[in-house]
Design a protein around this ligand. Sequence first.
Ligand SMILES: Cc1cc2nc3c(=O)[nH]c(=O)nc-3n(C[C@H](O)[C@H](O)[C@H](O)COP(=O)(O)OP(=O)(O)OC[C@H]3O[C@@H](n4cnc5c(N)ncnc54)[C@H](O)[C@@H]3O)c2cc1C
Length: 381
Amino acid sequence: MSGFQEYFGEKHDKVRRSVREFVEREIKPFVDEWEEKGEFPEELYPKAGEAGILGIGYPDAYGGCGGDVFVKIACSEELMRCGSAGVVAGLGSLDIGIPPILAMGTEEQKLRFVPPVLKGHRIAALGITEPSGGSDVASIRTRATLFGDHYVVNGSKMFITSGVRANQLTCAVRTGGEGFGGISLLVIDSDTPGYSTSEKLEKMGWWPSDTAQIFFDECRIPVENLLGREGQGFYGIMENFQSERLGLAIMANMTSQLALEESLKYVRERGAAGQPYFDQQVTRHKLADMATLVEASREFVYRVAAKINAGENQVKEISMAKNFSCMVSDNVTYGAAQIHDRFGYMRGYLVERLCRDNRILSIGGGTQEIMKEIIVKYILT
Ligand SMILES: Cc1cc2nc3c(=O)[nH]c(=O)nc-3n(C[C@H](O)[C@H](O)[C@H](O)COP(=O)(O)OP(=O)(O)OC[C@H]3O[C@@H](n4cnc5c(N)ncnc54)[C@H](O)[C@@H]3O)c2cc1C
């Protein structure tokens, strides 16, 4: 990573080292077993909390370790080196559930909802998507009606990461009329009577990540759990998407990086028809193209992250970065499987898992098509 000194310094290296150590000790030895089982143990949350991993990038005042955007990036990159994006997504669901609380919550709400999650004692999730769809956030149907000092919530959320295990859900609800102005954000405790979940949903990839549907049947939520004012939810959700999309772009780049590294390893070890793969020009050129794409994508995402770090509006650029890094990870994982020939299709090879896990990245957190809609809105005005 020496080429990126303008983004990463000593404090980032320190974070990298401690996350790497945690990954080597607490995740890597067990990751294949967790993948096959389709879940990782819940004890990983308090372990990661105690090691300070969950608090990286969050304010000290609420139990975090502080740090800029690049501290978070260093942490995510090292976590992805465990080889299971499903573990990273499940362990990291707080990264979409907590930021709206920090951005919109009162001091009392931040102190109540954030420290237990950063310690790993409670699991946080984000509930936006509904069975009717996720792209058109302004049309959500889950209804929260105010009766005295409680909202009564009815409806359902779909495809929620950490959905079965979550103790608290930062949830988009309709408190007002139609459209984006009628949306608010409530923090909903999973212990609330009337709150229930589906079984864990079976997925193409991200196997150890728990994904579920959540149902609300006359759930009474105290008014003190409303984030910001009624009707402000849509803006909070849109703001939150920026860091989620940056996180997904980093995931895509690391997926590409790992696929490239696996391919380099593979061609050094193997050959066909008496010729080592690394001597075949077609393979050499494929590797050169993959490496070029990985480098370009990483550099672009870092550049956008640096601007976000400096407080610049990067809504268009982060949409471009998410789409570009996913286009690259689609291309590189496909190429890596091809280089691995029949083994690229076989369980037990990391490349096979990378191909499956990669597919969600251009869907979650805003689809490729929605990113294009955002980009074109900016460039056509
Ligand atoms: C593994 C996994 C984990 C997830 N985790 C979470 C989570 O934790 N919390 C959460 O809230 N959601 C989560 N989601 C949901 C995810 O964010 C949505 O799948 C995503 O936002 C897209 O919504 P949708 O699938 O409902 O597609 P839809 O919104 O129904 O869209 C269907 C298709 O139409 C296209 N489309 C829609 N509108 C337009 C338009 N205006 N122009 C062009 N094309 C359009 C879309 O691109 C898509 O291809 C998760 C999903 C998965 C699969």
